[in-house]
Design a protein around this ligand. Structure first.
Ligand code: IMP
Length: 427
């Protein structure tokens, strides 16, 4: 059975939660591999509507082991909150596994995220203020604390003692705010450790054994390709790789083991937070999309910036990820629009280019070159077969596919599992 990576192909919020939930029916293991509780995966299924931030979207199937991989940074308080909320709705979370190598988002990470954003003044990145950047910074600076360390209380005390001293220097001497209490944080960490102990495991063996059994493993991405710290709109990016390559690093599964890489694309573009977005619509069409699709951040509630489908960004993302197939979500959101546009190239300082420049100031100056397509102006949310879609919608999907550079596996015309139109088989 295969390993399938499912990743966001734009700026996040493409609807990965629904896709992972649907495909998890056939899976035995679902691994979240990057990000932290900055992610917000909405899942609507017969058990209700859920907004997941850390727990993998495969949690709803009793036959699935949901794994929080080593590449995720975990805020224990948020995870416990999420587990409790799921349990309250009758969802069994006892199969959940957290990699002992996953790093912890500590209270000082959240404070520093906020203070750093404030100090950027007019140039704020628009982070989710969940402490994600500072937690990944500490991981790379070898100052991070891993979830597994919560289980060794003596060792934890020593590590925390060293780290908190440095953090308090930063808080008091650079930002002039109150220091944190080592005792309080240590006590809190011990409580988290007691609560999360049943879930914390060594996951490399677990995944290797699953592969030996020929289990189907889904690697569940968070955020989207254009927020990648290397290839996204840096510095307006997140701090871990949302790409399929990040799936290997964040789970311990080797690149040669991945059989399929599926890219999730929205039928238009959205972005939350600052940074370039050439196809952004600051007009009534953008507002109409935002209202119809309820484009507000799952994690922060911020209004998402809405714009036309960007073919240049779509192709870049496909190349970076090596998509074997694509999934298009939210086709129904475009149902009422008489004319649609797809960005086919950019104009940068009078020159036509077909790539994303590395420099954000250049990318900011890029103006979209559009191709116009007719809208279908009829509702599609009840349609279940590709042939039943209006011809204009089929043409739109085919044009998106040209830029995606891979066959479309299915298209979604609503949030429920049933509102899905199959096109090409995944396998
Ligand atoms: P951070 O990941 O909180 O540091 O935020 C960095 C950038 O990534 C900001 O522009 C956020 O809005 C964006 N971002 C982080 N997580 C998500 C997500 O799940 N969906 C969409 N944007 C996100």
């Amino acid at each position: 059975m295969p390993v399938v990576a499912i990743v966001g192909a734009q700026w996040g919020d493409e609807g990965k939660g629904k896709v992972v939930d649907m495909l998890s029916e056939k899976a035995q293991v679902v691994v979240r591999f990057s990000g932290g509780d900055n992610a917000g995966h909405t899942v609507i299924n017969p058990s209700g509507e859920f907004k997941l931030h850390l727990v993998p979207s495969g949690i709803f199937y009793p036959g699935v082991i949901p794994v929080i991989g080593n590449g995720v940074v975990v805020n224990p308080a948020k995870l416990i909150e999420e587990i409790d909320a799921l349990n309250k709705c009758g969802i069994d979370t006892s199969r959940l596994v957290i990699s002992d190598r996953a790093h912890i988002v500590m209270p000082y990470h959240i404070i520093i995220d906020e203070l750093e954003e404030k100090s950027r003044a007019g140039k704020a990145l628009g982070t989710t203020k969940r402490g994600i950047g500072p937690a990944f910074t500490d991981k790379i600076a070898r100052q991070g604390i891993r979830i597994g360390e919560l289980l060794d209380k003596e060792g934890l005390k020593e590590r925390l003692g060293m780290v908190i001293e440095t953090k308090n220097d930063i808080l008091t001497k650079i930002y002039g705010v109150e220091p944190l209490s080592l005792q309080d944080i240590y006590k809190q960490c011990c409580e988290y450790g007691d609560r999360l102990a049943p879930y914390i495991k060594e996951t490399i063996t677990l995944l290797r054994d699953a592969q030996k059994r020929n289990d189907m493993i889904i690697l569940e991405g968070a955020q989207g390709a254009l927020l990648d710290p290397d290839f996204g709109t840096y510095p307006y990016a997140t701090s871990s790789s949302p790409l399929s390559g990040g799936g290997c690093l964040g789970s311990g599964i080797s690149p040669t083991s991945i059989d399929r890489v599926l890219g999730v694309y929205k039928a238009y573009c959205t972005r939350v937070g600052s940074g370039p977005m050439p196809t952004e619509l600051n007009d009534e069409i953008g507002e109409a999309i935002r209202v119809k699709a309820h484009e507000f951040g799952t994690t922060t509630g911020r209004p998402r910036r809405c714009g036309w489908f960007d073919g240049v960004a779509a192709r870049f993302s496909s190349q970076l990820n090596g998509f074997t197939g694509g999934i298009i979500t939210r086709i129904d959101v475009l149902d009422e629009l008489p004319q649609l546009k797809i960005c086919t190239a950019y104009e940068l300082d009078g020159k036509i280019i077909d790539y994303i420049p590395a420099s954000v100031s250049e990318y900011d100056r890029c103006k979209p070159v559009y191709e116009e397509l007719d809208g279908w102006q009829t509702s599609t949310d009840h349609i279940r077969k590709y042939q039943d879609l209006p011809i204009q919608a089929r043409k739109y999907i085919k044009r998106m596919e040209d830029f995606m550079g891979c066959p479309v596996n299915f298209a979604c015309i609503g949030p429920t599992r049933e509102q899905t139109i199959p096109l090409n088989p995944i396998f």
